[in-house]
Design a protein around this ligand. Sequence first.
Ligand code: 5IU
Length: 457
Amino acid sequence: MINRTFLSAYLLLAATVIYANDHTLLQALYDHNVVKHGAFIFRSGQKSSIYVDMRNAISSPSLLTQLAHSLNALAPAKKYDRVCGVPYGTIPLATALALERNEPMIMLRKEIKNHGTQKRIEGEYKPGDRVLLIEDVITTGGSVREAIDLLEQQGLIVEDVIACLDYQQGSVEKLRDLGYPTQALYTIADIINHTENTKYTHNLTYAQRAQTSCNVVSQKIFAIMEQKKTNLALAADVTTTQELLSLAELLGPHICVLKIHVDILTDFTPLFIEQLKTIAQQHTFLLMADRKFSDIGNTTQLQYTQGIYHIADWADLVTVQALPGAGILASMQQATQCADRAVVLITQMSSHDNLASSAYTNRAIAMGNEHTDFVAGLIARTAITPNEPYFFMTTGIHLSTQAIADQTYLTPYEAIFQNGTDIIIVGRAIYESPDPIATAIAYKNAGWEAYQKRIGT
Ligand code: 5IU
């Protein structure tokens, strides 16, 4: 074993801090249920309010790729003869990294096969090969040490160790002392800090938030949720007015918001809007036009108020992209001059590989913060800001987190309980189901139970 200098240890530490600031990846770990909130008890008996399950990352190709990118950036800038993952949990990640680096891989066996070659290492290698070793989470460091022993027994040289998470049990420092430069993308303290920053509204009820919010539409929505005991919004992406009116009539009692794409209707008439408004009043839900306005202020103002849809006349809520900057909000607000019209600002999206980086998300929130009288809510995967006036709406919701095309799904429990958002927006899972009423009730109950658990009842 080679003993490294203090200086290299210091440089490694500095690098760790730099990569720990990558909040996009950290956020993705939450979004994909790698980091979970709750009450957990470790094998040691120690209690924790968060739990990190790195293995869940393998179910998301985008997250696995993102992790491989970040680990690649974290690894020392040199070539290795072999990339190897600590068995067995880290093998998928090591594969992703080996492909990204275009370097050969080997695989360790924990047990010797009692048939065949009795090999402990799969793949081709020769004594003296220099290895980059990957671990997902370093706790005691025992698995890393075992892997190093195995590799060294076969004459391989472990040059560097990189990991996703350092549980800060002193093992990373111990490995460095033994001569294995070790770095991690995050420490458990990074994860806890991030978690603390997202927990602000967890214990407030919707009724309390209706009282504390300064936005009229926000107050309305919180009051409706409390009264109807539902945080379910229906995304009714159907293409005829008849289908849409039937869905509104059928599911109206179970929802707080009906979200529509008015421009996908093939037979739109102004009369349809009158009919929809009547149903919304009868069943007490708000109308949301998911128009995703994104042009310069003047054009958006015209799109909002003119054309054949006259959205500003009937939509309680409209979605707006933050991309054009604050001018879009000012010009829309000027066009309505009406306190019961509001915006839901898009700060994050649910589509795979969308471009909303954490820097973009933060700037979008800052933009909303300047207009809280008009911005009532945020579209987000996680309740990302300590500002209470907002309600957080989450798209991409499914009871089974199966993937459909480019959509990334969270369960109602993950969105409401774990990620602290307020409203689940559900589309195909409900209106394409054989029994939309029963399915809507199932989603309503799941969303409500998650909320009750969050507020502690
Ligand atoms: N929608 C998303 N993701 C987003 C945003 C909006 O899915 O990030 I902003 C819309 C698209 C569709 C609905 O109208 O929400 C989700 O429909 P499904 O539940 O059928 O995937």
